[in-house]
Design a protein around this ligand. Structure first.
Ligand SMILES: Nc1ncnc2c1ncn2[C@@H]1O[C@H](COP(=O)(O)OP(=O)(O)OP(=O)(O)O)[C@@H](O)[C@H]1O
Ligand SMILES: [Mg+2]
Length: 414
């Protein structure tokens, strides 16, 4: 059940929303101002937002303050007189809303849309997968759908895009969560060692095998095994893996009896596996076996709208960790980070934010705090005002006003 804060000033709409939302068992509270809302929440980190009509600068500032406290943040939905879907999307984007719905209130639409966003919020909190783009939403939805089953999953995507994070999400959202999650890097070991790493070995199986050793398949029994950099797995090991995937049985190296396990396998690669199949480096049958369910994590440069929320998340994480007071990013600095191409994807962004949090002399990251190679790189992209507004805290970047925006409510999950 969620606590839903509704702007009480647009009375008719507010009542319609309350009826719709209460029918789903949520608790509804009316609020009249940002301040009232803050007071009602007792200055807690989780705050609600209310907007009616065009926000003035002070309200915009309050809004920014509220937005900055929490990532992922609870859903914020708006109601508007605007009837064109495209225009509503634009409106939602410029006010940094999750969605803007059309007036008059359609109770079923409100319920469905609210539930969708609440579910997504919950998933983001559980998995730590942050993002505002359709690409991230799709990943979350697929994880949600596929996590409970046993099927093997293939995760593809460039280095640093978040494949391991997604693999962990599969584990966390599955009935296996209480058991082990184990990651094996298939590129890190030569063939013989990799086999014994995965399947274990009996005492005396080879020179140096002085005692019995259980492999990762055994240790991950009941849980999840991530086979990272699967494209680098030697062909003989691929053959053994295929058999294990088909029967969930295997023998330890040097062993003479089969061991049965229940392991959910997630394989990840930053290479094009199909191409590896064509060149004979990867077994075709194993590829088909792994590729039953594929989740692709796109590069950061193809989902730049995720950059601002990721930045905020990392700033808050690292300023806490390094005990530094950080207020945010100057708009020009954000612009540079939006324009950059991020060949190292989210990992590169995360590392950069950590170093800037440690090294920047002030409490706001300025363009001159960004390393020159990033300042000069990248293409130019025109961001929408919403890209800037919630991130900056250097006095600039006000939220644009909109006469159409009648009503906004924000929800909180207990
Ligand atoms: N959507 C996201 N939200 C929050 N953090 C993210 C997100 N995507 C990636 N990260 C963070 O970025 C870093 C790199 O992610 P991860 O290790 O999962 O990438 P990877 O795809 O496995 O990379 P590689 O191919 O190099 O192994 C991690 O610290 C991860 O927590
Ligand atoms: Mg990885």
């Amino acid at each position: 059940m969620a606590r839903v804060f509704v702007d009480g000033r647009a009375v008719e709409a507010a009542i319609a929303v309350r009826q719709a939302v209460q029918a789903d068992g949520h608790e509804v509270e009316f609020v009249e101002s940002v301040r009232e809302l803050e007071g009602r929440l007792g200055g807690a980190a989780e705050v609600a937002l209310v907007l009616t009509g065009p926000p003035g600068e002070s309200r915009a500032a309050a809004m920014r303050g509220l937005f900055e406290t929490e990532i992922p943040r609870p859903p914020v939905l708006g109601l508007t007189e605007e009837t064109q879907p495209d225009a509503r999307r634009q409106l939602a984007r410029s006010f940094d809303l999750d969605e803007a719905l059309a007036l008059p209130v359609d109770p079923d639409e409100v319920r469905v849309v609210l539930q969708t966003h609440l579910d997504r919020y919950d998933l983001q909190r559980q998995t730590g997968i942050i993002g505002r783009t359709e690409a991230v939403r799709e990943i979350l939805e697929r994880v949600h759908m596929i996590a409970p089953v046993m099927s093997t999953v293939l995760l593809t995507g460039e280095s640093g895009t978040g494949k391991e994070l997604v693999a962990r999400a599969f584990h966390r959202l599955s009935p296996r969560r209480a058991r082990a999650f184990i990651a094996v890097n298939c590129a890190a070991l030569p063939e013989s060692l990799l086999e014994s790493e995965l399947f274990g070995h009996e005492k005396g199986a080879f020179t140096g095998a002085t005692s019995l050793r259980r492999g990762m398949f055994e240790l991950a029994d009941g849980g999840t095994l991530l086979l990272d950099e699967i494209a680098e797995m030697p062909l003989p090991t691929q053959t053994r893996l295929l058999r294990v995937l088909e029967s969930r049985r295997f023998m330890r190296v040097g062993g003479d009896h089969e061991i049965q396990v229940s392991v959910r396998v997630v394989a990840a690669t930053n290479r094009d596996l199909r191409q590896a199949v064509e060149t004979g480096e990867f077994r075709r049958d194993l590829y088909y076996r792994l590729n039953v369910l594929n989740v692709h994590v796109p590069p950061l440069r193809d989902r730049r709208r995720d950059i601002p929320v990721l930045i905020r998340r990392f700033i808050s994480e690292f300023s806490r960790q390094h005990d530094r007071e950080f207020r945010g990013l100057a708009p020009e600095a954000l612009q540079i980070l939006l324009d950059y191409d991020w060949p190292g994807n989210v990992r590169e962004l995360r590392n950069l934010i950590e170093s800037m949090v440690v090294l920047a002399p002030g409490s706001v990251i300025r363009p001159e705090d960004i390393p020159p190679e990033i300042r000069s790189g990248g293409v130019s992209l025109v961001p929408s005002p919403a890209h800037i507004a919630p991130v900056v805290d250097a006095g600039a970047g006000s939220i644009p006003s909109s006469p159409q925006l009648a009503f906004v409510f924000r929800t909180l999950v207990d």
